[in-house]
Ligand binder design. Sequence first.
Ligand code: GLU
Length: 420
Amino acid sequence: MPPSHSSATDPWEAVLERLDDAAKLTAVDPDIHRMLRRPQRVLEVSIPIRMDDGRVAVFTGWRVHHDTTRGPAKGGIRFHPDVDAHEVTALAANMTFKTAVANLPFGGAKGGVRCDPRLLSLGELERLTRRYTIEISPLLGPDKDVPAPDVNTDGRVMAWLMDTLSMIRGELLTASVTGKPLAVGGTLGHAGATSSGVLVCVRAAFNAVGRPLVGSRAIIQGFGKVGGPLAFLLSSAGMRVIAVSDVTGAVHNPGGIDAFALSDHVAATGGVAGFDMADPIDERDMWALECELIVPAALDGAIDADVASRIKAGVIVEAANGPTLPEADPVLDERGVFVVPDILANAGGVTASYFEWAQSRQGYAWDEETVATRLRSTMETAFEAVWAKATNLNVSLRRAAFALAVNRVADAIAARGLFP
Ligand code: GLU
């Protein structure tokens, strides 16, 4: 299908640009480079479901495997009206590189259904999830492809997915999905894992630029599964969260936003707009506020060259996937902004997924402390590896993270050789 993006904002073009740069930077074998420029497989499916009013609606979904050399395909499933094949393919490739940066034994995948889940009833959402699962089921399985939550999907959706796959295969396949509820084999510590990993990167970045965390000001774009818990974590670490935005609007309080009060407001009203302990602000103006840290924790493409030229923060930690367009990279570099890229910064989620997969396969649950300690240590190790690469090549953390990832995937491809 044709992409719904222009070439400047096409997320797949952005991945190719960064992959090509990494390949050049570290002289990757041109044969392997060519292999990584294509997804391994792209499955597009049609999803007819009976709506509550009796008519049949037909949705489109995708599951893409980018590369599975280092392990089973791994990556989330998102339900969003703007999802298309290019976006899912770009996100799948970013999972290949993310799992390589965190050194997890997985390849890269992503799934998506083009729909607006806010317009679906619970029953419609469940039928959509189950029919989508059936349609992509030839790709799935604990050793083939292991989905997880992403934008607008959660533990409940993962439980339906796991149940559907288990029913059709006639065996309980708990290791076929991660981000499951605890009641059906989920892990302790999955819910806040991406945010905890982001905090590890925030600490490391502030350390690198020689700034104290305590008393510094932060802006969070997005108050969902990642931005929400992160507001609490940053506040507990002593930072002042001065602005938060989501799809309903943006709010600003230079004295600091109370994460508990904002969470209660969002639970009651569905969004940050109308929060009376802060002032409303245009999201475009929010980016330009005086602060030390910005965390984009929403969708891709939020930071273009114009936004980048107005940012005053010294550090950006990318909790979202693909929040910065390639056109913004040189602008941020010139302005000396320290950017921790998505494939490193948000790897905490898939790291917790790896722990969940390992526990499900083993049939042995870890305690919360074990999950938290191993998560912290995986993220610190990943940050140090990217930092070392950046120092060695004298490039930004983004270019270094891609270089490290591409090198690890290339080594695996070379070691396995080409079939047949
Ligand atoms: N959706 C998350 C991500 O983009 C988690 C993926 C996973 O756990 O497989 O990293």
